[in-house]
Design a protein around this ligand. Structure first.
Ligand SMILES: C[S@@+](CC[C@H](N)C(=O)[O-])C[C@H]1O[C@@H](n2cnc3c(N)ncnc32)[C@H](O)[C@@H]1O
Length: 210
């Protein structure tokens, strides 16, 4: 199967993570550093953790971090990177599909997800599923690519999977028990294939007040 034929399924990501090269930089995502850097470390869940850069950063800051992803190959890589970084004992791993995620009574002081982009706007359903995993007083941080002309080369399905932070606010309002602290698009410059690109991180940060 080619990458783009079934971009939204675990087989496609397993194939990507089976290539010999690292896919991501291994650096933590900037909105995680900006927001979790202000919080007292506790327990964290990173859904769609990929190769584990954010989980390793959290562990280094003193969090006990669970990396979750639907790709077994991604999780294998993340666990290997955590061992290389010397933080394996602060990390654990959970193979789970965000589209059917159920916290099952587990709660975390921070629940975070970066660049997950499930199909057709279903990020709202993912947020609905993640909310019960946030401990009282804990935080939910959801970051993705806001749609923009920068991504014009993506196919329709991938474009429709991008979202704005404001799309997520009504879900938390409906659920209740959350105070929205940040709902904004944060611009930044990235380099892809040697070219500088302007993108915007759609960023939602909320605190579980109940
Ligand atoms: C673009 S990568 C981002 C990885 C990491 N969060 C980062 O920012 O570097 C998206 C990740 O989400 C995972 N993913 C995509 N859809 C998923 C789903 N429905 N459930 C769980 N993981 C998913 C992929 O396997 C991949 O590791």
């Amino acid at each position: 199967m080619s990458h783009d034929e079934d971009f939204f399924e675990p087989s496609s990501w397993d194939e990507r993570y089976s290539s010999p090269d690292k896919m991501w930089s291994g650096n933590a995502n900037p909105q995680l550093v900006a927001e979790a850097g202000r919080l007292e470390p506790g327990t964290a869940l990173d859904l769609g953790c990929g190769e584990g850069g954010d989980v390793i950063w959290l562990a280094r800051q003193g969090w006990t971090a669970t990396g979750a992803d639907f790709s077994a190959k991604g999780l294998e890589r993340a666990a290997a990177h955590a061992a290389e970084a010397g933080v394996a004992e602060r990390c654990d791993w959970w193979q789970v599909d965000a589209r059917t995620f159920e916290a099952g009574g587990r709660t975390f002081d921070l629940v975070t997800t970066h660049f997950l982009h499930p199909p057709e706007g279903s990020i709202t359903e993912v947020v609905r599923r993640l909310a019960p995993a946030v401990a009282p007083g804990g935080h939910l941080l959801v970051v993705g690519h806001a749609p923009s002309a920068t991504f014009h080369h993506h196919d329709e399905k991938r474009l429709r999977a991008m979202w704005h932070s404001a799309d997520l606010v009504p879900v938390l309002e409906e659920l209740g028990g959350f105070e929205v602290l940040v709902a904004e698009e944060r611009p930044r410059t990235v380099t892809r294939d040697g070219r500088e690109m302007e993108i915007e991180d759609a960023t939602l940060l909320a605190r579980h007040t109940a």
